[in-house]
Write a protein that binds this ligand. Structure first.
Ligand code: ADP
Ligand code: ADP
Length: 228
């Protein structure tokens, strides 16, 4: 479960200067449980591909499927983490995680228990009652990771999730993310500008061409990952 098919997808945006083709006949399959990094020049269409898999953008042509079913809009099966943490500032860390669980009709007790377990997994059990402004950037991104994994998505899309963090914090986040990914076995697609980060984290690297974006090269990394 968690197989993503990108089948001959074309995405266009209408703007003042006419139509921009963001993705041009792009095809690829993300196999269940793989961790793929997506790299390519700025503006080539990486975010657009993420937004399409997340169901935020609809292809003009081609199709996107999750486990054989067409992706027609956002769903709890596909989680998204952005560079900007997108936490609600007026909710505590715990309530930010609970928010993601609202759609499942859990009892209040179950909701709180699951949110606490998720915060525990990212090492924030002691900070559950703090508000985002009381947390560091790395801690805010941990809350975002907890909120996303608490929902048990089949697919996790991350758009430069650590781009705003300092080098030391990034290293800690890499270990944390890999640990959680191995446990939950989600299919991950990870956009980064940092080739070293791509090689460290993923077992597949996908390169996108200059705009209009096309997936032009695929590397399957079979080597043991080097340790920092
Ligand atoms: P990055 O290169 O870091 O992905 P971008 O500035 O290219 O950042 O895009 C950030 C977000 O803004 C993306 O989700 C993208 O869909 C949206 N975006 C990019 N260009 C435009 C545009 N011309 N008009 C409206 N939205 C855009
Ligand atoms: P990347 O993430 O690789 O930096 P994006 O996917 O953000 O690239 O953008 C790809 C192209 O599509 C760019 O030319 C961008 O300006 C355009 N684009 C992205 N989102 C929008 C949007 N919502 N409206 C108009 N143009 C967009």
């Amino acid at each position: 479960r968690g197989r993503v098919e990108i089948d001959d997808v074309v995405i266009r945006f209408k703007g003042k200067q006419g139509t921009v083709t963001a993705l041009e006949r792009t095809s690829h399959v993300l196999e269940p449980g793989t961790f793929t990094s997506l790299i390519g020049p700025s503006g080539c269409g990486k975010s657009t591909l993420m937004n399409a898999i997340a169901g935020f953008v609809t292809p003009a042509e081609g199709a996107l499927r999750l486990d054989g079913k067409p992706i027609t809009g956002p769903s709890p099966e596909v989680g998204v983490i952005f560079q900007q943490y997108a936490l609600f500032p007026w909710f505590t860390a715990l309530n930010n995680v609970r928010f993601g669980l609202k759609q499942f009709g859990l009892s209040k007790r179950e909701e709180i228990d699951r949110a606490r377990a998720a915060l525990d997994e990212v090492g924030l059990a002691a900070h559950a009652d703090k508000y985002p402004q009381q947390l560091s950037g790395g801690m805010k991104q941990r809350v975002a990771i907890a909120r996303t994994f608490a929902v048990e998505p089949k697919v996790l899309l991350m758009d430069e999730p650590f781009g705003a963090l300092d080098a030391q914090t990034r290293l800690v986040m890499h270990d944390l993310l890999l640990g959680i990914w191995r446990k939950h076995k989600a299919t991950v697609l990870f956009v980064t500008h940092d080739v070293d980060e791509a090689l460290l984290l993923s077992d597949h690297v996908q390169v996108m061409s200059q705009a209009p974006g096309r997936l032009i090269r695929h590397y399957h990394l079979t080597q043991e990952r080097p340790r920092a």
